[in-house]
Design a protein around this ligand. Structure first.
Ligand SMILES: [Fe+2]
Length: 252
């Protein structure tokens, strides 16, 4: 827990990439510390993958293992740019890793020995999207590109230029993430529930569905999964399907 994260503003947490076994965002102190942290992250990631495959057995064969993270900073009063703030309610959308309509499932573990991790949740995407899309302040999603724009987007995707290759779904979700964080009225007046996750607790959240914020807490581990939209037990609950129903067109 004494490990520091890199001071560079680009790193919000210490990240671990299970597929390449790489640790980033770590402020080098002693080499032996880095090795120990790396081993802990590797083991945490492996155990969470096994646990989640057992718990959510219908998804066992199709969970895509994304990044894991260690969150060594106290969340209360953290000075960070608005869009990166964890204490403002939002639904997740990754700016550099578009999901193309697949789900974001995250597993968190509070490893603080004494303090709880305190979350706030508000309504789900299913309730928020119809309220804010269109008349509620967010422009309606644009349909999938066709003709020359489609060719351009496919070239950008092949060249891994993610910001140009984003689907209309990903564009809308990222705008919605920013919109909710900047919406003071929503932040102050929305329905809310506070959760206290005691030390040693693990919890799982579809963070693209549940609007959430972290009010306080220090020292948490987290593993992200991407769940294909094609294997969902309740496909109609996927944000992409909800948004497509609102827009009346295909968005990925
Ligand atoms: Fe989040």
């Amino acid at each position: 827990m004494g490990q520091k994260q890199s001071a560079a503003g680009s790193h919000k947490n210490i990240a671990y990439r299970p597929l390449s076994d790489r640790l980033t965002g770590y402020a080098e102190q002693r080499a032996s510390d880095k090795e120990r942290l790396h081993a802990i992250m590797r083991r945490y990631s492996k155990r969470v993958v096994e646990f989640t495959q057992q718990l959510l057995s219908p998804y066992a064969g199709s969970l895509k293992v994304d990044f894991a993270s260690f969150r060594p900073q106290q969340e209360a009063g953290r000075q960070i740019r608005q869009r990166a703030r964890n204490d403002l309610l939002h639904v997740d959308s990754f700016p550099t890793r578009p999901s193309n309509g697949n789900r974001i499932l995250r597993v968190f573990t509070n490893i603080n020995p004494t303090e709880p991790r305190v979350w706030l949740t508000s309504e789900t995407f299913e309730e928020l999207a119809p309220r804010f899309a269109g008349a509620g302040g967010m422009p309606p999603p644009r349909p999938v590109a066709s003709g020359p724009r489609k060719v351009l987007i496919e070239l950008a995707r092949a060249a891994r230029l993610h910001s140009l290759a984003r689907s209309p779904y990903d564009n809308w979700m990222l705008s919605f993430h920013h919109f909710l964080k900047a919406n003071q009225e929503f932040q102050e007046k929305c329905a809310r529930r506070q959760w206290e996750f005691p030390p040693q607790t693990t919890w799982l959240v579809f963070t693209d569905m549940v609007s959430h914020a972290v009010l306080s807490g220090q020292f948490a581990l987290e593993q992200t999964f991407i769940v294909s939209k094609n294997v969902l037990v309740l496909p109609e609950k996927a944000p992409v399907r909800i948004l497509e129903r609102i827009a009346g067109c295909q968005l990925v």
